[in-house]
Design a protein around this ligand. Structure first.
Ligand code: GLN
Length: 476
């Protein structure tokens, strides 16, 4: 028996390349767990029927001496990332039967590396949400406490890693959708620098905010997947900016950790989270890092800015789902009615809410008051971070979320409460900087130990800094 609990991509790859295990046996071990747990957790929307054939192909690659660090590694993919010939629905009714006609660039890269794709994971519809409760196919329960959400929008991708239903997974992060579920499920989540990883083949939500990111058990695995996917892509004109950025070298330097204290003092943050955050700071200090209080004067506006820019972009991106080009089509008496019926029935409540919000902030009467102003403040927030990093701070830290995983149904009828859960994560997307969430301990609640997360943010292209601090923090 392969001990999945103790396994990382690194360890599994060593065993595969030394032929101590086969990719087929590894895939079978994951399929066995999925068979037991997925019914209840609902993390996979589909488990592929050719997993073992993929694994056999990986075994052949290894036997031929051409195996690499990801050959035979079983991964799960969020339902908004395209794999040619396979279904991709963004957990929406409007794309229920849609089959991808091409591979996302990240998939092309991972296929070439010999990865085994286990299946597609549940999510909030079109990545809008923080609990996977907005999926048209039911909520994903948290494997640690099944009365609670797994987070979102990449809730399925975080839950499969936490329940040992995949060695790692891919999610997408527009305002925290990789980091927040990773934090709720006790695993590692990375939101890369904007432009580091191609968005080609990722269904667009907020195009100036979206990034694909890995969810893993270790920081080392996050680094491995990141490096396998990073790079310029001619299909995504915003990609590749990463390579132009000077990589800051930190080896041998005393790391400076910035703490935005004032931001922590605002209301709505769980006392257990604040306590855990203080413990994390002590831990970093004991590891020899310098802790410095910093000021990010405009960070308090992040959530407001995010909830203007994101719906504006989302409403524009989702206009392509008109019942003609893709997926669902409902007949009305004329073309307008076709649109109304298709979109009214195909999109869920939260998606419709955001389309309306987005159309409103972009409308000629309100464009200057909302959308333009949000873009001005977005620049101010980015400049705040720039100043902090230029002053010698290597990493800014915050908790990943203001509270641990909440109970299913608790916030579902109160969208503003749900949006407040994104308070710490949206800033990195607004500024385009990379951010990593790592498990920072647990808080005992209702007889369960609920995971908490610590978020590290670095300057553009500073993933290596995040990986080295993250590894030190977790003792990897
Ligand atoms: N929870 C945030 C939202 O609802 C983030 C979503 C995301 O990153 N895709 O918009």
């Amino acid at each position: 028996m392969i001990d999945l609990k103790q396994l990382s991509i690194k360890k599994a790859s060593e065993m595969l390349l030394k032929k101590e295990i086969t990719a087929k046996a590894l895939a079978e071990a994951y399929l066995a767990v999925i068979a037991v747990r997925n019914k209840n957790i609902n993390a996979y929307l589909e488990v592929y029927d050719d997993v073992l054939a993929q694994a056999e192909a990986a075994d052949k690659l290894i036997a031929s001496g051409k195996g690499g660090p990801l050959t035979g590694i079983p991964l799960a993919i969020k339902d908004n990332i395209l794999i040619k010939g396979r279904r991709a629905s963004s957990a929406s009714k409007i794309l229920e039967h849609y089959k991808a006609t091409y591979d996302a660039t990240v998939i092309t890269k991972l296929k070439a590396a010999g990865v085994v794709f286990l299946g597609r994971t549940n999510m909030d519809e079109f990545a809008m949400g923080g609990s996977t409760e907005n999926s048209a196919y039911g909520v994903t329960k948290n494997p640690i406490d099944e009365t609670r959400v797994s987070g979102g929008s990449s809730g399925g991708s975080a839950a499969v890693v936490a329940m040992d239903g995949a060695l790692a997974s891919l999610g997408s992060d527009t305002g925290g959708s990789v980091r927040q579920p990773a934090s709720f499920c006790g695993v590692v989540g990375l939101k890369p620098t904007y432009g580091a990883i191609s968005r080609h083949g990722l269904m667009a939500m907020g195009s100036s905010l979206d990034q694909i990111g890995p969810i893993t058990k270790t920081v080392g695995d996050s680094e491995l997947l990141f490096k396998a996917m990073v790079g310029k892509d001619s299909f995504d004109s915003t990609s590749g900016t990463y390579e132009m950025l000077a990589q800051k070298k930190t080896a041998g330097k005393k790391m400076v950790i910035g703490v935005p204290r004032a931001f922590m003092k605002q209301g709505g943050i769980d006392s257990a989270v604040l306590q855990n955050f203080d413990e994390s700071i002590k831990k970093l200090q004991n590891l020899g890092m310098e802790i410095r209080d910093i000021d990010l004067p405009n960070i308090g506006y992040s959530l407001a800015v995010y909830y203007i820019i994101m719906p504006a972009e989302a409403s524009t991106n989702l206009s392509r789902f008109d019942g003609v080009k893709y997926g669902l089509h409902k007949d009305g008496n004329n073309l307008l009615q076709d649109y109304q019926k298709t979109r009214g029935q195909g999109f869920g409540k939260e998606v419709r809410r955001r389309i309306l919000l987005g159309a409103y902030v972009l409308s000629s009467g309100y464009y200057d008051a909302y959308y333009n102003k949000a873009n001005v403040v977005r620049r101010l927030i980015s400049d705040d971070f720039k100043k902090v990093f230029e002053s010698g701070v290597d990493v800014v830290i915050t908790p990943t979320t203001p509270a641990p995983a909440f109970i299913i149904g608790e916030k579902v009828n109160d969208p503003v409460q749900m949006y407040l859960a994104d308070i710490f994560t949206v800033t990195a997307n607004i500024a385009g900087i990379p951010a990593l969430s790592v498990p920072s301990g647990t808080v005992a609640t209702g007889g369960k130990e609920l995971p908490l997360g610590l978020q590290f943010m670095a300057t553009h292209g500073g993933e290596d800094i995040l990986f080295s601090v993250g590894k030190l923090f977790l003792g990897e």
